[in-house]
Design a protein around this ligand. Sequence first.
Ligand SMILES: Nc1ncnc2c1ncn2[C@@H]1O[C@H](COP(=O)(O)OP(=O)(O)OP(=O)(O)O)[C@@H](O)[C@H]1O
Ligand SMILES: [Mg+2]
Length: 258
Amino acid sequence: MIQLYNVHKRYENGVVALHDVTLRVREGEMVFLTGPSGAGKSTLIRLLLCTERGSEGQILIGGRNIHALRDDSVPFLRRNFGVVFQDFRLIGRRNVRENVAIGMEILGLPRKDIERRTEQLLEALGIAHRGAAFPRDLSGGEAQRVAIARALVNEPAILLCDEPTGNLDPTLSREIIDLLSEVNRRGTTVLVATHDAALIERYGCRTLTLEGGRLTLDRPRRDAVGLEASGLGASAVGTASAAAPPGREATQEPAEAP
Ligand SMILES: Nc1ncnc2c1ncn2[C@@H]1O[C@H](COP(=O)(O)OP(=O)(O)OP(=O)(O)O)[C@@H](O)[C@H]1O
Ligand SMILES: [Mg+2]
């Protein structure tokens, strides 16, 4: 569970990127975070990851106040998260398989386990046939699939995506959101920052709107969403079922399901 209480973020240059933001995202939800350029979407994601610290307010992840977290505890916090960015951020000198495996290598997992998990994820994301390719030879859609596979290696509870379809055409964008929806259905909480109003309409997920750093709307999930099958393989990304409760209009209190 992610809880923000009256979060305020002022950058060193004096720009106030978030004003008094209070919200709650429950375990297993899939939520779009939208709003115009400069609204504070990336800032909110950076605060969750502690790559930036909030100026005021509280942020709780799984009940733990991360504002109080010491710097040397931040790596432990980050294990809760997988992160996907617009520009993929793959390592150019490593092939697809190595890009996915690296997070597990850093954790010192046994080679057999790394190989098994890597193949499982490449399979699940439909890129097993590109395992030996280097990032420069991938299409945008393929590169983003690799980035998602990499974000999922350590079975994060929460997947944070900052404009994951920003470099993709509408068809590929839908494929990526279909994949994220499937990841969510298997139990991962998914937060997707996007400007793309057409995608938001199509999926009908709960949608939080930021404007000028303020949370101005918390639109509930539209029920009976016709998500397409994504082809995500069976055993890839955990098991818990996805509960995606509705939100409500933004208020001072954290939005909560009935
Ligand atoms: N490191 C920084 N230092 C100073 N100001 C910043 C910094 N990062 C962002 N800002 C400012 O904070 C505000 C919010 O920026 P942020 O990147 O969070 O917006 P965003 O909603 O992600 O925008 P976009 O849709 O363009 O990605 C903007 O006014 C931006 O200029
Ligand atoms: Mg941004």
